[in-house]
Design a protein around this ligand. Structure first.
Ligand SMILES: O=C(O)c1ccc[n+]([C@@H]2O[C@H](COP(=O)([O-])O)[C@@H](O)[C@H]2O)c1
Ligand SMILES: Cc1cc2nc[nH]c2cc1C
Length: 338
């Protein structure tokens, strides 16, 4: 099925041609991701992957790593932004620890999975963040989560993340895979001041300088050296979700860095993706452009946790309803005049 097929279907409905503007573009994307004119957005699932980052000790974030564990506890208590938005929009939520450094939660609810590969990454400021084997282990966790979601009937998947410091590996991956410079790829993340942003740019420059020579002959090792566990898991989740015919609704800069990894290691995965929003992070637009995606919303958001995708979700539902429920113009007895 091509874009022309979906446009022809939309143009046959009881409305002037293209009268729903961007909503019709989303309907086209949705139909193409599932290769059907009646794509589904329900059931849907968000999987939040959590991990910590050794580079926080090098001063790349305004926040200490302990906040990752605190937010894991908050998500488990159903009180995070992602909890509220997922509940508001009827989205099933899971939380997976792939690399948190804090103590494990006591008596967690069934929507939590302990799949910790390590207690946080090694700082990419000094060395490889993880080995290729550790990258594969985290990727595999994401693959299993996508398989489980699809087996449970999910047609639309969101990956979200929680990891203090993760906009630094996201910037390094964006630099490595798009050719953006480190200075263009770094931003304020969760609230870094100008001095922290300079530190981030230096850390990303050093990490990418170590990773670049590996690219081309050992891509997994290159990517692993600047990745995070939650990013590796999201990449596996995207690659497997795409392979199984699900629609992938992308969140912000960190999720998109994982999408770049999926598109690099599992080419074609990007055809399953719709971009929920444009993050405030300055490198996000270039990362989305590399994937051939146009973001739905530009609302000044920069939270992560899947929040941008969850906010865009009702608009994706609207696009699906358009395809499924609107009568054809010929069925109401009218002739097209435009
Ligand atoms: O994905 C984004 O667009 C995004 C932009 C800014 C911040 N974040 C979130 O903030 C945390 C990372 O910020 P930082 O400054 O500690 O690297 C992490 O938990 C992300 O979920 C996420
Ligand atoms: C409080 C807080 C909540 C978050 N959720 C996702 N990233 C986050 C970063 C911080 C700092």
């Amino acid at each position: 099925m091509t874009e022309d097929d979906v446009r022809a279907h939309l143009d046959a409905l009881a409305k002037p041609r293209r009268s729903l503007g961007r909503l019709e573009d989303i309907a086209v994307s949705l139909a193409l991701t599932q290769q059907r004119l009646d794509p589904r957005t329900r059931p849907r699932r968000i999987v939040l992957f959590a991990g910590d980052h050794g580079c926080v000790a090098d001063g790349v974030s305004a926040w200490p790593s302990a906040v990752t564990g605190m937010m894991v506890a908050t998500i488990l208590a159903g009180r995070a932004t992602s909890s509220a938005l997922a509940a508001a929009h009827g989205c099933d939520l899971r939380l997976v620890d792939v690399g948190v450094a804090s103590a494990r939660p006591v008596a967690p609810p069934p929507f939590f999975r302990d799949a910790r590969v390590a207690d946080g990454t090694v700082s990419l400021a000094h060395d490889a963040a993880m080995t290729a084997a550790q990258f594969d282990a985290a990727w595999r966790v994401g693959v299993e989560e996508a398989q489980a979601a699809v087996a449970d009937g999910a047609a639309l998947l969101i990956a979200g993340e929680m990891g203090i410091g993760n906009t630094t590996p996201a910037a390094a991956l964006t630099t490595l895979l798009t050719g953006l410079s480190p200075v263009e790829a770094v931003g304020a993340g969760a609230g870094a001041d100008a001095a922290i942003v300079v530190t981030k740019a230096c850390v990303v420059t050093a990490a990418v300088a170590r990773a670049t020579p590996l690219l081309g002959h050992d891509d997994r090792a290159a990517i692993a050296s600047v990745a995070g566990y939650e990013i590796a898991a999201m990449a596996g989740f995207f690659a497997e979700g795409a392979a199984r015919g699900a629609t992938l609704l992308l969140d912000g800069y960190v999720a998109t860095a994982a999408a770049l990894v999926a598109a690099h290691l599992a080419p074609g995965s990007e055809r399953a993706m719709i971009a929920g929003h444009l993050s405030v992070e300055p490198g996000h637009g270039a990362a989305l452009a590399q994937l051939g995606l146009t973001p739905m919303l530009d609302w000044g958001m920069r939270l992560g946790e899947g929040s941008g995708a969850l906010v865009a979700l009702p608009l994706v539902d609207a696009a699906a309803a358009l395809l499924a429920d609107v009568a054809r113009l010929d069925a109401i007895g009218a002739e097209r005049a435009d």
